[in-house]
Design a protein around this ligand. Structure first.
Ligand SMILES: [Zn+2]
Length: 292
């Protein structure tokens, strides 16, 4: 633990453009050339450099292919590069072989940008790893990945694995929500707090935007006294001019609410906890080789 009595924390970013999320898909014209991924990622990199915080970047292969210099800037900042798939299609829309193709295309895009590829961590688009897509763990392991951060340990809207552990564990092949010391991959779920029987998502994205900072900090303090936690955000949440499209009211709320508060909240959290990359935390807390 750090001097404050807190375990170390991780901050992660899913590096995708504003038109990649499921709620936007279908609402953006194919010839819409607006992009915010460069602005948003550079704003994040600047803040991390000022706070001297190393982070984990789940890069989408499609972004790496279009913006190889952005991948080089992330690496030059001393950050960890991990995988967010190639096209942002959720696992629900893939099978074993098309998912394998996504991972290989991602690795090719990273190698083209960096000349090497050392990614061992994965986060599924839209947290789409659930009981119906648990086959993806086998493919990840076969393709050289060693840990995953796709289990959202609470059912919310489109996604989630109710009853899954809140801390680091090894998912059982037969039950994603159960720990198995022989499991091939380590799971590092994003931060969800427990208030009695209630689970409160505070890890980032919409939840970080919608909830007041004081409630987020109180909940994260409580988690950090027990175990490491992981936050997540997207560059489109950190870019000043996110393009607006017409969405159903609930979807518009999830996408656009409190965007102006993100950098201030992130800055406050970066100053409050001691951060390591997700791989760094896992090497310390959950040896990456499976138990014999
Ligand atoms: Zn994503």
């Amino acid at each position: 633990m750090t001097g404050s009595g807190f375990h170390p924390a991780a901050v992660s970013f899913d590096i995708e453009d504003w038109f990649h999320p499921e709620l936007l898909r279908g609402h953006v014209a194919p010839d819409d050339s607006r992009s915010v991924v460069r602005q948003g990622t550079h704003a994040i990199l600047l803040l991390l450099e000022r706070r001297r915080v190393p982070a984990t970047f789940f890069v989408l292969g499609d972004v790496a292919r279009r913006h190889p210099d952005l991948v080089r800037a992330i690496e030059a900042g001393g950050h960890e590069i991990a995988c967010h798939g190639m096209t942002h299609r959720p696992l629900w829309n893939l099978d074993r072989e098309s998912f394998r193709g996504e991972l290989r295309d991602f690795r090719a895009a990273i190698r083209a940008a960096l000349g090497h590829d050392r990614a061992v961590g994965f986060r599924a688009p839209t947290f789409s790893l659930d009981r119906s897509t648990a086959w993806a763990l086998d493919v990840l392991s076969e393709e050289g990945f060693r840990w995953d951060s796709s289990v959202f340990p609470l059912r919310v809207g489109l996604y989630g694995v109710p009853g899954a552990p809140l801390g680091i564990y090894r998912p059982s092949r037969s039950n994603l929500a159960r720990h198995d010391p022989r499991g091939a991959l380590v799971e590092f779920p994003v931060a969800v707090g427990a208030l009695g029987p209630l689970r409160l998502p505070v890890a980032g994205g919409f939840y970080l935007r919608a909830l007041p900072l004081a409630l987020i900090q109180t909940t994260l303090d409580r988690i950090a006294r027990r175990r490491p936690f992981a936050l997540y955000l997207h560059p489109w949440e950190c870019a000043p001019d996110l393009p607006r499209v017409r969405l159903a009211p609930a979807d518009a709320f999830v996408t656009y609410c409190n965007l102006g508060t993100v950098m201030r909240k992130l800055d406050a959290l970066l100053g409050r906890y001691a951060f390591m990359t997700m791989s760094g935390i896992l090497e310390r807390y959950a040896p990456l080789a499976p138990a014999a």
